[in-house]
Design a binder for this molecule. Sequence first.
Ligand code: 13P
Length: 238
Amino acid sequence: MRQLIAGNWKMNGLLEASAALAGALRRGADGLDCDIVICPPATMLMTVAHVLVGSPVEIGGQDCHAKASGAHTGDVSAAMLRDAGARWVIVGHSERRADHGETSAQVRAKAIAAMAAGLTPIVCVGETEAQRVSGDALSVVGTQLAESLPEGFAGVVAYEPVWAIGTGKTATEDDVRAMHAHIRTCIGAGPRILYGGSVKASNAASLLAVPEVGGALVGGASLVVEDFLAIAKAANRG
Ligand code: 13P
């Protein structure tokens, strides 16, 4: 299966610079043999979608509400994301699980809402440093998957060890191999399994070559077009 390189811009950028970044990505993405998705902040979706019309680069949201509409001040529904041009949405990112206390049950409800609205959910899982040190990484992630993925899941799983996000530390290839094999056993054949956590141009090729790694979810390096394209080229293996 083609690998998927997804950029999570998180809460960064303003419209003008983001449109320029999307434009540069559009120009650089020609001929790449992988799927590319970028997830800008919600206020930028329409602008970025406009820049990317006719391009193979697709866009996603960074979160959605589990309900279709209603009295949920400040939230954005999956249908609103789709309406703005998104085809994907990240749900259950560890920053949302930590900052907003999101539970796996809520993540599951969001994944259901995303699929109902015609979006492909990218469901994030991953252990903390303490959980890895205590030897619980596999069981923690297994539980997150069991509780976060709905019946009939038609999306992507992103394994992002919390301690590797924004820290410059990455999981070893052996750890990634073991975790991705475990996730495959838990979820069965089908969904792509992305690795995320300090993916850079310099480590992308080795991480993307690990069995069962179906792509990458990239934070910081997705804000620098040369770095993001270099990661996408590392996935360029058909
Ligand atoms: P970094 O690539 O900045 O470590 O972020 C990873 C991430 O959280 C992507 O969702």
